[in-house]
Design a binder for this molecule. Structure first.
Ligand code: NDP
Length: 480
């Protein structure tokens, strides 16, 4: 029998579909799963001429692969990946490639890259997005790891990845070490932000404008034809048409406590560690945390009273204002996400190609959208763009959206509708474009209670000063 070109280890929802996707693209695929009955069930349903071969021991799996071996791990993330690789090592040769395609934390990937290299294994840490459907028909793939392993697997990964309408592959090299898993983490953070923004727009329409459900669904469907066109807006429009037997919306019966698997939290934690003002995604993570405090919220609603729903007859702001708020806040969210990528690249020593990253999110993944074309264009115009907000296209989009954005946030504030993401985005915008912030007072406070010193705007900026705040108010120059 011809040896297989690649092995898929782990036949959960993702692994099974990736294996089928690979076979559809002409690859001979070896499959293995810890629980062998899962492998049996999977291959039992395949046609006899399938290019997929089942293996039931690691020795047999290794023997069935061409050289260098390429093993695509699609297992649960965490310690499992280390244990799996320990089990594989005795059966591998120097130069073999192990691709960890699960949702691993980037710090684990960085460690594995260094560890495995010393054991002769070429590591690739690859982010995969698109869920079951993406895995089957073309996910977005974010490969990082050992740059020398990339040319060996490029053709395989690009064959199974999604393609944009203009034919670009949604699988482009991201960078060495943990860069692939880092970019996937930022993708997931952005996904949290996009989802939160959509829920806020929904509540503004429902409770702030008193719009009937069908009109809200039609509005999202209409928005999906314009600058907001995206997978998440499209599925929202669909979800908001699904009703119960009594005509009520199904979504209004779904318990309002949002789950999370942790990748949004990882993004926010790393933002805090890097000192990046990733406010919108941070708020989106906290909004899920607040949603899960259901019993406490119910009690507080009784104690403190809730937002009043505006009657439909009173359209206090234009519907377009909500669209503008959603669009402007989305620009801020992506600007913050790319700001974090820039800081991470400097901190972890990656050469990230931001335009390519926007390209590989354009299809196949959950945040796919027309908007990402504009981001790619912005980085094509200027690969060294310090922030999306300096790009003329986005700067002018923000200027046009600003009045509507402010009135939508004002409506939320006045009617008691929480807008953590839209509001945080507006505060970031106002802060980012402030040549002067009130942080001079913070510095004075720090100097008052902790003698932390400050710099002055009207003297040598390198020189530090301390005021004797509780003494004679004189200033002294402080040398390091
Ligand atoms: P799971 O995350 O549930 O992973 C299941 C697979 O991991 C099974 O093959 C399971 O084998 C294997 N596994 C678990 N523990 C061990 C172990 N100790 N040793 C060996 N194998 C083990 O399934 P998914 O397919 O949903 O996800 C796979 C990976 O892809 C995860 O890292 C996930 O985070 C990531 N991912 C998932 C997406 C999704 O939409 N589901 C999207 C993008 C990425 P067994 O059958 O023997 O239990």
């Amino acid at each position: 029998m011809m040896p297989s070109e690649i092995a898929v280890y782990g036949l959960g929802v993702m692994g099974r579909n990736i294996a089928l996707n690979m076979a559809d693209h002409g690859l001979r695929v070896a499959v293995y799963n810890r629980t062998s009955s899962i492998t049996e069930d999977f291959v039992g349903e395949l046609p006899t001429d399938s290019r997929i071969t089942a293996h039931y021991s690691l020795e047999d799996l290794a023997a069935g692969l061409s050289s260098p071996r390429i093993i695509f791990l699609m297992t649960k993330a965490g310690g499992v990946v280390d244990r799996v690789v320990e089990g594989l090592l005795p059966h591998l040769d120097s130069g073999d490639i192990v691709i960890d395609a699960g949702n691993s934390h980037f710090r684990d990937s960085q460690r594995r890259w260094e560890d495995w290299r010393q054991r002769g294994i070429r590591f690739l840490g690859v982010g995969v997005s698109g869920g079951e459907e993406g895995a089957r028909h073309g996910p977005s793939i974010m490969p990082g790891g050992d740059p020398e392993a990339w040319p060996v697997v490029r053709d395989i990964l690009q064959r199974i990845a999604a393609r944009t309408e203009d034919g670009a592959s949604c699988c482009q090299w991201v960078g060495q070490g943990a860069a692939g898993h880092y970019v996937k983490m930022i993708h997931n953070g952005i996904e949290y932000g996009d989802m939160q923004l959509i829920t806020e727009a929904w509540q503004l329409m429902r409770d702030g404008l008193g719009m009937p459900a069908a009109e809200i669904a039609a509005t999202f469907a209409h928005w999906n034809q314009g600058v907001l066109a995206s997978y998440l807006i499209e599925i929202t429009a669909e979800i908001l048409t699904v009703t119960e037997h009594d005509g009520s919306l199904r979504v209004n019966h779904i318990l309002d406590t949002a789950g999370q698997k942790g990748t949004g939290r990882w993004t926010a934690i790393d933002a805090l560690e890097l000192g990046v003002p990733l406010t919108l995604i941070g708020e989106a993570v906290f909004a899920r945390a607040l949603s899960s405090m259901k019993a406490e919220r119910v009690a507080a609603a009784a104690q403190l009273g809730s937002a009043k729903v505006t009657p439909a007859s009173k359209r206090v702001i234009e519907l377009d204002a909500i669209r503008d708020a959603l669009y402007a806040a989305k620009i801020i969210s992506y600007a913050q996400g790319f700001l974090q990528l820039r800081e991470a690249a400097a901190e972890y020593d990656w050469q990230l190609a931001y335009g390519e990253i926007a390209t590989l999110w354009r299809a196949g993944c959950i945040i796919r959208s027309r908007f990402l074309n504009d981001i790619r264009d912005a980085f094509e115009r200027d690969p060294g763009l310090p922030s999306l907000l300096f790009d003329d296209f986005f700067a002018s989009a923000l200027r046009s959206a600003e009045p509507g954005w402010r009135s939508a946030v004002t409506l939320g504030v006045q009617s008691g509708i929480p807008l953590p993401a839209m509001g945080a985005a507006l505060s970031f915008f106002d802060g980012y474009r402030s040549a002067v912030l009130p942080a001079g007072l913070l510095q004075a406070q720090r100097d008052y209670f902790g003698a932390h010193t400050y710099q002055r705007t009207d003297r040598d900026p390198e020189q530090r000063w301390h005021t004797r705040w509780t003494g004679d108010l004189s200033e002294e120059a402080i040398d390091d």
